[in-house]
Design a binder for this molecule. Structure first.
Ligand SMILES: *Cc1c(COP(=O)(O)O)cnc(C)c1O
Length: 481
């Protein structure tokens, strides 16, 4: 340790001294003493580190009054940053409409209003206002699900993974679940059907081959240890070529003959025929039940367009076994989820209005002209922000629905293609560009494709907020004048 290093380290004030300083009083009032103390500790640690590294030439200058002010400012900034909410809005220009990493479905106004209404007040969650006795928290939502799918009964849990676990632990513990080898899906985030089965305490009985499974394969696997037949919608891949899967009605008939439940994990699970919106065909929950499924499980925040939830719909007898499983209590949803889900389901009572009212459908059905218009509108702002650092073009691209729904069906869209200028087409330059957009106050998230950054404009609604942020930001190398 050098003499000047030592001297500079000793010159740093103590945390207690800092906390008593006038300059931090308002920060303490605003953020609380503990938050400011924690920030002071962080800033002092950094200051010590920087003194050690530069051996007396850190950001602490030898002019004492100035350096203390520097510390105070840093402490206030750190305290404020540590109090920021963890979740902030971003612009989803990835081209994936239902993006799991970006929070999946955007809620409609009706659901946000319902959330606000119940969030800060007592509500009749489990209180029957007609009789003054204990009520069922799901009754309203269950009724809507039944009307919309033709199911006899339904229940709601935390997400679809939980729905599958609840079904398996209610109906198949210690017994076998027969499933095709072509459907041993990994959804991502460690949700793998074989592991879920193991975790739920049942045995997987794989039948058929990856590409082909026949009715006889299922029939041959059924014995006295079989608990149920299961079909999993292969939501994030498609098997092409020499393939064969058993149609649902045939599987349902086999299950019925053997007096076994037939369960379908539909994944995204839409409630309406998507082709009426000009979208690719996807089996609906209602179709699935009509074809003989006894239970169907699906997500609330994928194509349904609601909050995170897992829904099980189907036979009254089986749903009541699910509801009486003690695990249901651990997986149940709160008043916020029920309020938002109820409001979204209500919109489905008037399907004609879905493409205006439900953001998922609004974005999926957005016209190419509208997307192209957005591209023209935002081009100058992006251009100005990049200040010659990159070349920008409007290009044709394909958006995806996302979250496993219809993995190979893409929707034509338009994107800004941003390519680093000059001869230096290195990956580093591209990564710089990507991170500059990611570090904006409202981060802009695109996707990298073929040496360019692509901004798919399908999901950009608030173009003026988008442009304002770019005009307000200092340009690339610290200033674009
Ligand atoms: C998405 C999906 C799941 C998991 O649903 P979450 O709501 O994310 O828990 C399970 N099964 C299938 C087939 C899926 O597509």
């Amino acid at each position: 340790m050098t003499g000047s290093e030592n001297k500079n380290l000793r010159r740093l004030p103590s945390i207690d001294l800092l906390l008593r300083s006038k300059e931090l009083a308002s920060a303490i009032e605003r953020f609380g003493r503990e938050v400011v103390r924690e920030a002071a500790r962080e800033v002092l640690d950094e200051a010590r580190e920087s003194i050690r590294q530069s051996s007396g030439k850190g950001f602490i200058s030898s002019d004492n009054s100035e350096s203390d002010l520097g510390l105070i400012d840093r402490i206030c900034m750190t305290a404020a940053a540590n109090c920021h909410p963890a979740l902030i809005p971003v612009f989803n220009l990835t081209g994936t409409v239902i993006h799991t990493n970006l929070g999946r479905a955007l809620l409609p106004v009706e659901a946000m209003d319902a959330l606000r209404e119940v969030a800060g007040q007592a509500v009749n969650l489990e209180y029957d206002l007609a009789t003054g006795t204990r009520g069922d928290r799901e009754s309203q939502v269950e009724k809507l699900i039944c009307v919309l799918t033709g199911a006899e009964a339904a229940t709601v849990v935390n997400n679809n993974a939980a729905a599958v676990v609840l079904v398996l632990t209610s109906l198949a513990v210690g017994r076998e679940v027969v499933i095709s080898r072509g459907e041993l899906v990994e959804i991502g985030g460690a949700f793998r059907i074989p592991e879920v089965m193991g975790g739920a305490g049942c045995q997987l009985r794989e039948v058929g081959a990856t590409n082909r499974t026949h009715l006889a394969d299922y029939a041959g696997a059924i014995d006295e240890n079989t608990a149920l037949l299961m079909k999993v919608h292969t939501s994030n891949y498609e098997i092409n070529g020499f393939t064969s899967a058993v149609p649902e009605p045939e599987l349902a008939a086999l299950a019925r003959k053997c007096q076994l439940p037939f369960v379908v994990d539909l994944g995204s699970g839409t409630l309406v025929d998507l082709t009426r919106f000009g979208l690719p065909d996807e089996p609906t929950v209602g179709d699935c039940l009509a074809q003989g499924a006894d239970l169907v499980t699906f997500s609330g925040d994928k194509l349904l367009g609601g909050p995170q939830a897992g829904i099980v719909a189907g036979s009254r007898e089986l749903i009541s076994r699910l509801k009486s499983n003690p695990l249901k209590r651990a997986l149940r949803v709160d008043k916020l989820t029920l309020a938002a889900l109820g409001a979204v389901l209500q919109l489905y009572r008037n399907p004609g209005s879905l493409s205006q009212k439900l953001p998922v459908f609004r974005d999926l059905t957005r016209s190419l002209e509208s997307i192209a218009r957005v591209a023209e509108e935002v081009l100058p702002a992006v251009n100005r922000f990049l200040n010659g650092e990159a070349e920008i073009a409007i290009v044709r691209c394909m958006s995806q629905i996302g979250s496993g729904a219809l993995p190979v069906d893409l929707l034509e869209s338009r994107a800004l293609q941003i390519t680093p200028s000059g001869n230096d087409r290195s990956d580093r330059k591209l990564q710089d560009l990507v991170s500059r957009f990611r570090k904006l106050p409202t981060p802009v998230i695109g996707r990298v494709h073929d040496g360019s950054l692509l901004f798919d404009l399908r999901c950009l609604q608030d173009t003026s907020k988008f442009c304002r942020q770019l005009y307000d930001s200092p340009g690339p190398a610290g200033g674009s004048s």
